[in-house]
Design a protein around this ligand. Structure first.
Ligand SMILES: N[C@@H](CCC(=O)N[C@@H](CS)C(=O)NCC(=O)O)C(=O)O
Length: 224
């Protein structure tokens, strides 16, 4: 199917890649809200993000992209906010202003302060200009710095989840960030007790289980 077909059709479509943590955030939001959608795989390793048809819907050449009729949204935060307004239950932002701001801040640390620094294009560039060790050191530094900030931000407000005992926006970003760091970069969350406690809670949730990268249609079959 051509990427641009999504613009003409009414069904909710998610362009994503199984391993994308940004796509994973959106899948979690869709799953939590019980929204059905069509998953369209964009293979980032094979360079599908540079396909001119895909770039018509997202000139940034990144996933995820959500297409809802004529509405095309190409950023996970914008997509999740759109879904939260269109499908308000369960809400992804708490009523309490302080908690809401903590959600914005945690989300921003991950989406601006961690993920862009460990994104495929960036780490490929670093490896190309230096070497594999430098790339790993760079990723480690970005993630550990972000986790240190998140631990300090959340230590006094976390319950089972990031800002209490309900799942909110920050959890979608935190769960997927931690999962990606463990799987892709073998960076453990154990040194950050609040984050580690939240991660344990996420792992017990069915919604988390269903949205896991390894369970997506484009994920490779598990090797024995
Ligand atoms: N701010 C964007 C970032 C999107 C992004 O960086 N996506 C990554 C995957 S998690 C990507 O598509 N990378 C492709 C590349 O680096 O070529 C969002 O939150 O959706």
């Amino acid at each position: 199917m051509a990427y641009s077909d999504g613009l003409k059709m009414e069904k909710l479509k998610l362009y994503s890649y199984w391993r994308s943590s940004c796509g994973h955030r959106v899948r979690l939001a869709l799953t939590l809200k019980g929204i059905e959608y069509e998953y369209i795989a964009v293979n980032l390793l094979k360079g599908d993000q540079f396909n001119p048809d895909f770039q018509k819907i997202n000139p940034m050449g990144t996933v995820p992209v959500l297409v809802d009729g004529d509405v095309v949204i190409s950023d996970s935060f914008a997509i999740i906010m759109y879904l939260d307004e269109k499908y308000p239950e369960p809400p992804l932002l708490p009523h309490d202003l302080h908690k809401r701001v903590l959600n914005y801040q945690a989300t921003s640390i991950i989406s601006s302060g961690i993920q862009p620094l460990q994104n495929l294009a960036v780490i490929r560039y670093i490896e190309e200009k230096t070497n594999a060790e430098e790339k790993i050191a760079w990723v480690n530094n970005a993630i550990r710095k972000g986790y240190t900030a998140l631990e300090k931000l959340l230590v006094n407000c976390a319950g089972k989840y990031a800002t209490g005992d309900e799942i909110y926006l920050a959890d979608l970003f935190l769960a997927t960030q931690i999962h990606a760091a463990v799987i892709k970069f073998q960076i453990d969350v154990e040194p950050y007790p609040t984050l580690a406690k939240c991660y344990e809670s996420y792992k017990n949730l069915h919604v988390f289980e269903d949205a896991l990268p390894a369970k997506q249609l484009d994920a490779p079959a598990p090797s024995n």
